[in-house]
Design a protein. Structure first.
Length: 255
């Protein structure tokens, strides 16, 4: 789950908490350290936000740093071009390093320590990976594949290319990405059904982190890049056929 902030949609968040409890799994939460994105403002900010996050850690929840301020600064797709907007890709190395260090310091000051990074809109570049290593991050939640892999000194934990297809796949593991802020009632029903039907196939993110990674070489990264481009174009085509969409989902794309 990403877009975790003090002023997120808490009602929807609690809905997914119940699904996790029933399935006996605990997720990864992507916290925005210094959220400035008005599209993530869904209601009053909870003053006990970090106390709630620390309590969830006792239930097995894992945390990632989801960007810094969640403000898109460039139109770069980066090394994993699922989108054409980024908070990091295209910025100078020094600026990216500063953002990562400041974000990590904010989380640590509030009792949340993590070495996992979750890029807004999946967009990062070579400077991002270098800055992540320099600022103490070791893991990143991105890429395609059936198991974690090593690349440029970081461990990547892949996301699902398509939810339905990943649930039918045999062997390996991948990540189901949930955007609680924008989920509709119909989508809630779909998620509830998905959790009921596939809870035996689900594992907690902490278990995913224990899976030994494989090494991914340049050909694998090229294939992943092309798949991301393909998905970006397919999603764009679908939107045009539907007459386009607006609001938060229209801006973020396949976050």
């Amino acid at each position: 789950m990403d877009d975790i902030t003090p002023d997120m949609n808490w009602e929807n968040f609690r809905f997914f908490q119940e699904l996790f409890r029933e399935a006996k799994v605990a997720p990864l939460l992507g916290i925005v350290p210094d959220s400035r994105d008005p599209k993530l403002h869904c209601g009053p900010a909870r003053e006990d936000f970090y106390a709630v996050m620390r309590s969830l850690a006792d239930e097995g929840y894992v945390f990632a740093m989801h960007g810094f301020r969640h403000l898109y600064t460039t139109d770069r797709g980066g090394l994993f071009p699922l989108n054409r907007n980024s908070e990091f890709a295209g910025l100078p190395y020094g600026r990216q390093l500063e953002m990562l260090r400041r974000g990590r310091d904010i989380l640590a000051a509030n009792g949340v320590r993590t070495d996992i990074f979750m890029a807004p809109s999946h967009s990062y570049d070579a400077n991002t990976l270098r800055a992540l290593r320099e600022s103490g991050f070791a893991k990143i939640t991105d890429g395609f594949g059936k198991r974690p892999y090593l690349y440029r000194g970081l461990t990547f934990y892949p996301v699902a290319f398509q939810t339905g297809g990943s649930l039918k796949a045999r062997g390996g593991a991948t990540t189901l990405v949930i955007h609680a802020n924008t989920v509709t009632e119909a989508e809630k029903e779909r998620y509830a059904r998905l959790f009921r039907e596939h809870r035996q196939d689900m594992i907690s993110y902490a278990e995913y982190l224990r899976m030994p990674p494989v090494r991914r070489h340049i050909p694998g990264r090229i294939g992943e890049y092309l798949l991301a481009q393909c998905k970006f174009r397919l999603v764009g085509l679908k939107r045009r056929m539907q007459g386009g969409i607006c609001g938060t989902q229209g801006r973020k794309g396949q976050k």
